[in-house]
Design a protein around this ligand. Structure first.
Ligand SMILES: [Zn+2]
Length: 341
């Protein structure tokens, strides 16, 4: 260990070299390198978490830069996972950093992680990650930001008596707007990312009393931080007693495939879930237009005898719409890759 780098840790009361070594031996998987990851990742790398894997399928967009401040304007269009890995490597060349381009359900994760951090921005991805964490027995720190509220909690559904993410959120919300539709202050998502990293450092070093079920809620308008303790729901279909008897309903969390425009079935109906003003500058001829937030009320406008291919500006809202319909029993649902148009 290079002593100088962590000197301010070692000066803390109760922080020993053994705890720093524990961080250096730890492996963290960060799923998502967006608004949460952009502050969580530098905090973890700077603190000397010895192995960090960054998983993200997305590319840097100019509208992300107000909150994803590890990226530069000149890097717009590049893969976040790669650029974030490069940033962390310059910050701390003594640790191992891997950037993986893809989604959790598409990549082969072989390494065991001490902790997985959820930096995703939608419920479908959070649910998938929760199931993955239970299956692989990996403690999960999940965080989210919605306008002026933020949440961050430590979950470990695989442990006796410890809750999973779905113990807290048993129902899938009818609609879950992402940052592009709901809006977000960069400082709010940044603080939630830092809170995630902070909980991770406490948990890994054993400083304080951070344990599964700890859940922080932040009110960013009135500047209030509240801590709740979430308990395991014995009837939780994902981690409770019932799980042994019946397998979780993975169908509800299955992902619609991402399909390039040229590979669409000939009879597919393209459903554009962008807002009206976005269509004006970049219309998709022949597409049915239903903004994401109106999908739940306008289900009867969708043909049920043809493949439905959802599309938006960056494959996030379309993914929400596809997951929403898949969870409600619609079959033949696709996500049309906007970048293939
Ligand atoms: Zn549970």
């Amino acid at each position: 260990m290079e002593e100088g780098r962590y000197a301010r840790h070692l000066a803390l009361p109760g922080f020993t070299k053994a705890q720093q070594d524990k961080l250096l031996d730890s492996c963290i998987l960060m799923v998502g390198a967006g608004g949460l990851g952009a502050t969580a990742l530098p905090a973890l790398a700077g603190a000397g978490v010895g192995h960090i894997t960054i998983l993200d399928h997305d590319k840097i967009a100019r509208s992300n830069l107000h909150r994803q401040t590890i990226y530069r304007d000149t890097e717009v269009g590049k893969h976040k996972a790669e650029i974030a890995a490069e940033y962390l490597h310059h910050l701390n060349p003594d640790i191992e950093i891997v950037g993986l381009i893809g989604r959790l359900q598409d990549v082969q994760i072989e390494r065991r992680y001490d902790l997985v951090l959820d930096g995703t921005d939608n419920f479908a991805a959070k649910n998938f990650l929760n199931e993955w964490a239970i299956e692989t027995k990996t403690p999960l720190i999940s965080a989210s930001v919605h306008q002026f509220t933020g949440q961050s909690g430590l979950f470990a559904g695989h442990e006796e008596g410890a809750p999973c993410y779905r113990c807290l959120f048993p129902e899938l919300p009818d609609h879950a707007p992402d940052c592009s539709t709901a809006g977000v202050l960069g400082s709010a998502s940044g603080m939630m990312g830092l809170l995630q990293a902070h909980m991770a450092l406490l948990y890994l070093t054993g400083l304080g009393d951070t344990k599964p079920g700890d859940f922080m809620q932040v009110d960013f308008l009135n500047l209030r931080l509240t801590k709740l303790e979430v308990s395991k729901n014995p009837a939780c279909p994902f981690c409770g007693d019932e799980r042994q008897k019946s397998a979780p309903d993975t169908q509800a969390c299955s992902y619609a495939p991402l399909v390039a425009y040229n590979d669409l079935p000939h009879d597919a109906v393209i459903v554009d879930v962008r807002e009206a003003e976005e269509l004006e500058i970049d219309p998709i001829p022949g597409a049915l237009h239903i903004p994401l937030m109106q999908v739940p009320q306008r289900l009867d406008e969708l043909p049920d005898d043809k493949p439905l291919a959802f599309v938006c500006a960056g494959n996030i809202r379309s993914r929400h719409a596809a997951d929403y319909l898949s969870a409600r029993g619609f079959s033949n649902i696709l996500v049309l890759d906007k970048f293939s148009l």
